[in-house]
Design a protein around this ligand. Sequence first.
Ligand SMILES: [Zn+2]
Ligand SMILES: [Zn+2]
Length: 173
Amino acid sequence: MKDLNILKNNCLDEVHALGIKTGTISEWKINNRAQKRWGLCRAKKDGTFEIQIAKMLLTDDRISEKSCKETIIHEILHTCDHCMKHTGNWKKYAIIMNNTYGYNIKRVTSSTEKGIEEPSSAKIVPKYLFTCRNCGVVIYRLRESKFTRNYRRYRCARCGAAMWSRKSCINSN
Ligand SMILES: [Zn+2]
Ligand SMILES: [Zn+2]
């Protein structure tokens, strides 16, 4: 498991070494719930910031330390003046960090770029694809069913024709 405390101090040093002024980060949290989000930066009422980092970045050994730091720096840069959006200063600083240290800090980073596969829901590939040769409508079926076996007897719900043609979808991954 990566040590968030060591990594974030390291990241802060790298940011400050380039003269980039960061805001006051009053809280660092490891977020166990967020699945879709690697990090989060929240401005608090008192003008300080809270940064959350997905636990998975720290625990998953397939994700490199560099990749983890890219997320940490992404969030640190949000604490700088006029940096809550991914444009303007934020973008400028991200480019400076990337050019100086060889990072790839971006607005969004996919799971694949982090070194892990997309969550399984993204990988569902339908088994069959049916096209109505009359009206061109396309439907997908994930698994074998009465319809997939007897599709010739079914009518198209859109145009009423019984002209389905079937294709097996590529199921390699
Ligand atoms: Zn962001
Ligand atoms: Zn049709």
